[in-house]
Design a binder for this molecule. Structure first.
Ligand code: FAD
Ligand code: NAD
Length: 481
């Protein structure tokens, strides 16, 4: 018998679970199908983000940061420790508890909102029907007035370094090491490579990052990328650019190692590691998701084709999150989930794709929103720049956390803020302040006239906004462009 719903969501990651909750809040009878399960074959909600992504990686980043601070930074504050040690399994266990708490939280929210959570793999059939195959192979059928596809993404594998879950791992495996690898190789100097490379480097691994591109973080504002590279290298990350990995060989025996070969401008190279993390990007999940006659189209990179409102070509079928175009970020997926639910309910909600904030959670953090200096140059827009270094921010000095800077790019004619780029302490939270200002079309002068608490890191944002018009107080102003 086919069970009928107003909305059937496939996938319970940030895009899917948020869409389901919003649909239920708006009065729609909602089901969410999720294939992730525990050992009792009950669905586990939260997708990549809560289970093996944003949250567990940040738990380990925070633990390892505390260890690195205790090891390298306490002395300057006059604090000495007799003996410092790490219990890696305890660190991993703490991470698992946080994951359990948050995935359980989604379960509670589903129950409070009367959402039917259904364990199984969902497949869209024609006519807005969804076939569900449970872990035990049993099939059932649901029908939604609307269907939302939110099947997310998985790590990309590359032929020279096939993962074995032990010596060569993807991001999921890198969250589960039970001891600190002495020599850690990372393929890809992207977000995951830098975040997870940092975790293990702080705990004592010698980390080498092999990046195929010649440029470090090419999507980031050039000045901020250069500053970030300098800081991360100073922390001990051995970042090798222009390194094209050609092969790998895992040794036999108990303490396995992996020999990695790569080519760079100097020719063929070889390195041996105790563990290797492959972090070369993620791909959308659509295998088995769509029947041949579902009518939903994929683009040439395998993403589900949608318009600006996340509607597919098929009436009442929507798709959101990592499985559609745009950056693979939890917050982008969540906003799309809300938009889709609102649109089903007849509201005109839109996502402002021009103001997606990006963060790399290294220490210091690297964060940005809006246009980079290089993009504005390419577009021929005239702009002013305001910068302010944390080295002269009172709060950063008090905390002994003074690496980095804030950079604001501002329209030369209208003074409207066009972008903000930060490497520095709490950059994620600081950029968010500017994202709000930009959402309200703020000028640099507006931000300059706003009172900021003293002493705060956010005063660096204030000063960068003032600096864009040559009015910084606590730094010598560059000539106004
Ligand atoms: P997913 O979270 O991938 O969820 C999709 C869900 O659908 C999964 O639960 C899957 O089991 C289920 N599913 C798939 N197919 C089916 C099917 N046929 N039937 C039933 N269920 C199905 N982003 C940030 O914004 N900030 C961060 O700090 C951050 N850190 C990250 C760290 C790591 C290590 C990784 C790997 C990713 C990180 N991300 C981060 C990215 C973020 O996790 C993703 O952008 C986000 O999870 C995407 O959400 P989603 O709902 O589209 O898909
Ligand atoms: P990424 O796209 O950020 O970086 C991958 C890097 O690998 C790139 O620099 C690329 O040039 C390099 N690369 C690709 N193939 C290579 C090869 N054969 N040899 C060497 N280098 C190679 O991808 P990621 O770091 O895997 O992250 C995947 C996605 O997850 C990202 O899109 C990101 O948005 C999301 N994510 C976000 C956060 C965050 O928001 N803080 C954290 C983790 C992941």
């Amino acid at each position: 018998m086919t069970k009928k719903y107003d909305v059937v969501v496939i996938g319970s990651g940030p895009a899917g679970y948020v869409a389901a909750i919003r649909c239920a809040q708006l009065g729609m009878k909602t089901a969410c199908v999720e294939k992730w399960h525990n050992d009792k074959n009950e669905p586990v909600y939260g997708g990549t983000c809560l289970n093996v992504g944003c949250i567990p990686s940040k738990a380990l980043l925070d633990s390892s940061h505390k260890y690195a601070e205790a090891q390298k930074d306490f002395e300057v504050h006059g604090i000495s420790l007799q003996k410092l040690s790490i219990d890696v399994p305890a660190m991993i266990e703490r991470k698992a508890k946080i994951v359990g708490q948050l995935t359980g939280g989604v379960k509670q929210l589903f129950s409070a909102n009367k959402i039917d959570g259904i364990q199984g793999t969902g497949k869209l059939l024609s006519g807005n029907k969804v076939e569900v195959t449970a872990e035990d192979g049993k099939k059932s059928e649901l029908e939604g007035e609307h269907v939302i596809l939110a099947s997310g993404s998985v790590p990309i594998e590359i032929p020279p370094t096939p993962t074995d879950g032990e010596t060569i791992v993807d991001s999921t495996g890198a969250l589960e090491f039970q001891s600190v690898p002495k020599r850690l190789g990372v393929i890809g100097a992207g977000v995951i490579g830098l975040e997870l490379g940092s975790v293990w480097a702080r705990l004592g691994s010698e980390v080498t990052v092999l990046e195929a591109m010649d440029e470090f973080l090419p999507a980031v504002d050039k000045q901020i990328a250069k500053e970030s590279e300098k800081i991360l290298r100073k922390q001990g990350l051995d970042i090798r650019l222009g390194a094209k990995v050609t092969g790998s060989k895992v040794s036999k025996g108990k303490n396995k190692t992996v020999k990695v070969t790569y080519e760079d401008k100097d020719g063929d190279q070889e390195m041996t590691f105790d563990k290797l993390i492959v972090a070369v990007g993620r791909r959308p999940v659509t295998e088995g998701l769509l029947s041949d006659d579902s009518g939903v189209e994929l683009d040439d990179r395998g993403f589900i084709k949608v318009d600006d409102t996340c509607a597919t070509k098929v009436k009442n079928v929507w798709a959101a999150g990592d499985v559609v175009r745009g950056p693979m970020l939890a917050h982008k997926g969540m906003e799309e989930g809300v938009m889709v639910a609102d649109r089903i309910a007849g509201k005109k909600t839109q996502v402002n794709y021009d103001l997606v904030p990006f963060v790399i959670y290294t220490h210091p953090e690297i964060a940005w929103v809006g246009k980079t200096e290089q993009e504005l140059k390419e577009e021929g827009v005239e702009f002013n720049i305001g910068t302010f270094p944390f080295a002269v921010n009172g709060r950063a000095l008090a905390a002994n956390d003074k690496d980095g800077m804030v950079k604001m790019v501002v329209d030369a004619k209208s003074d409207r803020i066009l972008g903000c780029h930060i490497v520095g302490p709490s950059a994620a939270d600081l950029v968010q302040q500017v994202a709000i200002a930009m959402e309200f079309s703020s000028s640099a002068e507006d931000l300059g006239l706003t009172m900021f608490s003293h002493p705060t890191l956010s005063e660096a944002v204030h000063e960068a906004a003032l600096a864009a018009n040559g009015h910084a107080i606590h730094a010598v102003n560059r000539k106004k462009r």
